[in-house]
Design a protein around this ligand. Structure first.
Ligand code: ADP
Ligand code: MG
Length: 715
C-alpha cells in the first residue's frame, strides 16, 4: 500500500499528474510525507457579516476596486479597496501607502488581516494582504462544519501550479482513514531517540501533522519530522565521514616547520583568524585520517594564503618511497579566469621557492617556471603537462573542471584544494584519487556565508573553520541605501568614479518566479532593458556591456576578461551569474531591487568591489518607502556570517540556499533556526554512525536514508 503509486490510486487530471511529478510525489508514502505549511483555526477567522469595531479579524475573499485617492483632511495619498466574501463587503484603507492599490488587482483572491475600525460604517485599517490560491472552506458564507466533522483545525499545503491544497487535504484524509495503510507504517527513528527527546512516534505524527485536533499536536509532529530530516542528512554525512577516515592517507610530519618557512616570506603577518585556520589545517595533515575541512571566509579575508601555506607544506614533503620527489597538490577553481588568477597568485607567492606549477583549463595549459626564463610561465601542450603531472615533476596543478578527467593522473596527490564547490568537494576528491593510491587531504573553501546550523548539517562530514576577520588596513565599503529620489545624485557620483578611471557593476533585480527557467528569461530581459537605458541615457558615451545566465560560458568568460582589461566601464549583470572574479579596478556596485535579496546574497554581491585599493561604494536601491531594518543591518554588518544568521532569523533558510540543492525539506529548513536541535541531531547521528555504521539494527532507518539520498541525487 505505502509503495503504491499515487496515480493508480486516485483519478487525476493531467495538470495534477504534472504537479505531483514536479513535487516528486510518486508513492502513497511520498504523499504522506508532503506536509502542510500552515494551519488555520476556524475560531481565528471571521466573515464580513458580524465584524465588530475594535477587534482583529482575518478575512478571506475577493479584492475589489483597489484605487488611490487623497485622504479627506490631510490630502495625503492613500489606498482603498473592498473585500467581498459570501456574506457581504467591507472597506479596506491604507493610509500613506498609495502604492498598495497598484500591487493588487480587482478580482484577486486574498487573505486580509487587520483591526476593524469605524463607527457606523466599518473599515479595516492598514490591513496585511496576502494573495491566496484558494479560499478556505466555508469562506463564501458557509462556515466550515459542512466539510469536516473531525475538528476545527485545517491544514494548508504549499501552493503549486495544477494542484490545490484542498486536493491534498482530501487525498491524504482518504489514505489516513485506511487502517491497513497506517498499520504498514514502520517507525524510522530508533526508539531510544524518540523517548529521549519526547518525539511522537511515526504513525501518530503523520496523523497529527495532517489532521491535528489541537495545535500542540501539529507542533509536536512538526518537531519530530524536522528532527528526522536533519538527523537523516547528518547520519548520511557521518557515515561518509567514517568511510573516509578508514582510508589511508599521506602524512606530512613536518607540516608546521615547512609552513613557517613559507609564512616568513610573506610581506605581512597573518590575522588571528588566519593563524588558527593554518594551525588547524597543519595538524590535520600531519597525521591520519585525511583532512576534510571547510574554510569559510568573506571575499578578501585571505583564504588564498592559508591554502598556499598548506600547499607549501605538502610539496616540501617527499612520498615515503621516493625521498627525492615531492607530494603534489591539485587546486580546482570554478571558472577559467579564477584558475588563471590563482595560478598568478601562486607564482607570486612561490616565486623565490623552486616549485613547479601547472595550469590546465579548456583553453590550454601553462607551466611555471619556463625553461628559458625562470621568472615567467610558458604555454605548453596538454600532453606535455599531463606527462609531468604523472611523473610528479609538476608539484602544484591549478585548473578548472578540466582537472577532473580520467586522463589526468597524479604521481602522489597529497592535497586537494577546492574553491567555491563545497557541495562537491568530497565527491571530487574521490574522483581525483587514483585507484590503490592513498586518499589526499581535502581543503574546501568558500566565500558564501552559511549559518552555522546549515554548515553543520549539509557539510556535516567536513570540519569547519571560519575566517571572520579582514586583514588590517582595508577601507570598508561605503554602503548607501538609495530610494527613488536619490537616483540622480547616485548616477552623478558613479560618473565621477568612472571619470576617475574606475569601473562599475549594475546588478538587476532578482525576479520572484516559481519557475527557475522563467526567472532567467525575465532577468535577462531586465538586464538588457537596463543596459539599454543606461547606455542611451545616464551613461551615454560610456562602455556598457551585459552578463547573464543565458550567455554561453565562453561568452561569459570573454566578457569578464574584457572587464578585467578595462574595455568595459559598466557591466550590467543578473544576480544568478556568479561574478566570481576579482576586478580590482571595479569600485562601484549598484544593486537594483535590493529588498528582494537575502542579506547574505547582498553581502556577496557587495564583495565584488572589495578588492580595490581605492574607496569602494555599494548602492542598494529600494523601492520600498521606508528603509527596512534588514537593509539597515546591511549597511552596518561587519561580515557575511552575521548577515547569514540574521537572514536565517528573519526570512528563513530557504532564502539562503535553494531547497533542491540541499535535500532538506521545508521542515528541515525550519529546524535550522534551532541550533540546539541541530546539535542534538548531530550528536545522535555521530553516535549511531559509529556504533552501527551499517545500520544493521535499524533496517527501516536504513531504507529511509537510502530513499532520501536517492532523492537528493535525483535533483
Ligand atoms: P580570499 O581568497 O579570501 O578572497 P585573498 O587570499 O585573495 O582573499 O586575499 C586578499 C588580499 O589580501 C591578497 O592581496 C592578500 O595578499 C592580502 N592578504 C591576505 N592576508 C593578509 C594579511 N594577513 N595582511 C595583509 N594582507 C593580507
Ligand atoms: Mg580566493
Amino acid at each position: 500500500m505505502l509503495t503504491d503509486v499515487v496515480e493508480n490510486r486516485f483519478r487525476l487530471q493531467d495538470a495534477q499528474k504534472k504537479a505531483l511529478a514536479r513535487l516528486k510525489i510518486v508513492t502513497i508514502q511520498d504523499l504522506l510525507y508532503h506536509f502542510p505549511h500552515r494551519y488555520e483555526n476556524a475560531g481565528d477567522q471571521k466573515t464580513v457579516e458580524g465584524l465588530v469595531a475594535g477587534t482583529d479579524a482575518i478575512l478571506y475573499g475577493t479584492l475589489r476596486k483597489p484605487e488611490t485617492r487623497r485622504a479627506w483632511k490631510s490630502k495625503r495619498p492613500m489606498s482603498e479597496a473592498w473585500l467581498e466574501d459570501g456574506t457581504g463587503r467591507v472597506k479596506l484603507m491604507w493610509f500613506n501607502q498609495p502604492y498598495i492599490a497598484k500591487m493588487y488587482q480587482d478580482g484577486f483572491m486574498v487573505k486580509v488581516s487587520g483591526r476593524v475600525e469605524g463607527k457606523g460604517s466599518l473599515y479595516i485599517a492598514n490591513p496585511e494582504v496576502e494573495r491566496v490560491a484558494e479560499l478556505p472552506l466555508g469562506s463564501e458564507g458557509t462556515i466550515f462544519q459542512t466539510e469536516s466533522d473531525d475538528g476545527d483545525i485545517f491544514a494548508f499545503y504549499p501552493e503549486s501550479r495544477g494542484i490545490t491544497s484542498r486536493w491534498f487535504r482530501h487525498a491524504i484524509a482518504k489514505v489516513l482513514s485506511n487502517r491497513e495503510v497506517i498499520d504498514e507504517i514502520n517507525e524510522v527513528l530508533p526508539e531510544y531517540i524518540l523517548t529521549a527527546y519526547k518525539l511522537p512516534e511515526l504513525q501518530k505524527a503523520l496523523v497529527w501533522i495532517h489532521q491535528p485536533k489541537k495545535k500542540e499536536h501539529a507542533t509536536a509532529a512538526r518537531k519530530r519530522f524536522s528532527f528526522e530530516d536533519i538527523f537523516l542528512i547528518q547520519l548520511a554525512r557521518h557515515r561518509d565521514r567514517l568511510a573516509t577516515e578508514k582510508q589511508k592517507t599521506y602524512s606530512i610530519p613536518k607540516a608546521k616547520v615547512h609552513a613557517d618557512v613559507f609564512l616568513q616570506t610573506l610581506p605581512f603577518t597573518l590575522t588571528n583568524g588566519q593563524k588558527s585556520a593554518v594551525d588547524a589545517i597543519l595538524s590535520d595533515i600531519e597525521t591520519a585520517p585525511a583532512m576534510s575541512r571547510l574554510l569559510e571566509g568573506d571575499v578578501g579575508s585571505g583564504k588564498t594564503v592559508v591554502a598556499a601555506a598548506a600547499a607549501y607544506a605538502v610539496v616540501k614533503t617527499p612520498p615515503t618511497e621516493r625521498p627525492s620527489a615531492t607530494l603534489q597538490v591539485a587546486y580546482m577553481a570554478p571558472t577559467e579566469i579564477l584558475a588563471e588568477q590563482h595560478f598568478k597568485s601562486f607564482i607570486e607567492l612561490f616565486n623565490h621557492l623552486p616549485i613547479q606549477i601547472g595550469l590546465i583549463t579548456s583553453s590550454g595549459c601553462k607551466k611555471y617556471p619556463s625553461k628559458v626564463n625562470n621568472t615567467e610561465s610558458t604555454k605548453i601542450s596538454k600532453t606535455q603537462l599531463l606527462k609531468w603531472v604523472k611523473n610528479g615533476e609538476i608539484a602544484v596543478l591549478i585548473g578548472t573542471h578540466s582537472l577532473i578527467q580520467k586522463t589526468i593522473q597524479f604521481r602522489d596527490l597529497g592535497l586537494v584544494i577546492i574553491d567555491e564547490q563545497h557541495r562537491f568537494g568530497t565527491h571530487q576528491r574521490q574522483v581525483l584519487t587514483q585507484k590503490d593510491n592513498l586518499l589526499p587531504h581535502l581543503l574546501s573553501m568558500t566565500a558564501t556565508p552559511i549559518p552555522r546550523t546549515l554548515a553543520l548539517t549539509l557539510y556535516g562530514d567536513l570540519d569547519l573553520t571560519i575566517l571572520d576577520e579582514m586583514p588590517p588596513g582595508r577601507k570598508p565599503i561605503i554602503t548607501n541605501i538609495v530610494s527613488k529620489t536619490g537616483r540622480t545624485a547616485m548616477y552623478t557620483a558613479v560618473r565621477r568614479e568612472l571619470d576617475a578611471g574606475r569601473q562599475a557593476y549594475v546588478i538587476c533585480p532578482r525576479i520572484d518566479e516559481p519557475d527557475p527557467k522563467k526567472v532567467e528569461t525575465l532577468q535577462t530581459k531586465s538586464v538588457l532593458a537596463e543596459a539599454h537605458k543606461l547606455k542611451t541615457k545616464e551613461f551615454s558615451g560610456y562602455r556598457v556591456e551585459v552578463l547573464h545566465g543565458q550567455m554561453k560560458p565562453k561568452e561569459k568568460e570573454a566578457t569578464m576578461q574584457a572587464l578585467l582589461n578595462h574595455e568595459i566601464d559598466i557591466l550590467v549583470a543578473t544576480s544568478v551569474v556568479e561574478v566570481g572574479v576579482n576586478v580590482p579596478n571595479a569600485t562601484v556596485i549598484i544593486i537594483e531591487g535590493a529588498e528582494r535579496f537575502g542579506l547574505a546574497q547582498l553581502h556577496q554581491l557587495r564583495g565584488r568591489v572589495v578588492r580595490s585599493n581605492h574607496q569602494a561604494y555599494c548602492y542598494a536601491l529600494t523601492s520600498e518607502g521606508n528603509t527596512t531594518t534588514r537593509l539597515k543591518a546591511f549597511t552596518k554588518a561587519k561580515n557575511g556570517f552575521e548577515l547569514a544568521e540574521m537572514d536565517l532569523k528573519i526570512r528563513g533558510p530557504g532564502e539562503l540556499y535553494g531547497r533542491s540543492q540541499s535535500g532538506l525539506t521545508d521542515l528541515g529548513m525550519e529546524a535550522l533556526k534551532n541550533l540546539k536541535m541541530v546539535e542534538i541531531a548531530r550528536t545522535e547521528a555521530q553516535a549511531l554512525a559509529s556504533n552501527d555504521p551499517t545500520l544493521r539494527k535499524y533496517p527501516v532507518l536504513k531504507t529511509a536514508l537510502q530513499h532520501k539520498m536517492d532523492k537528493i541525487h535525483f535533483e
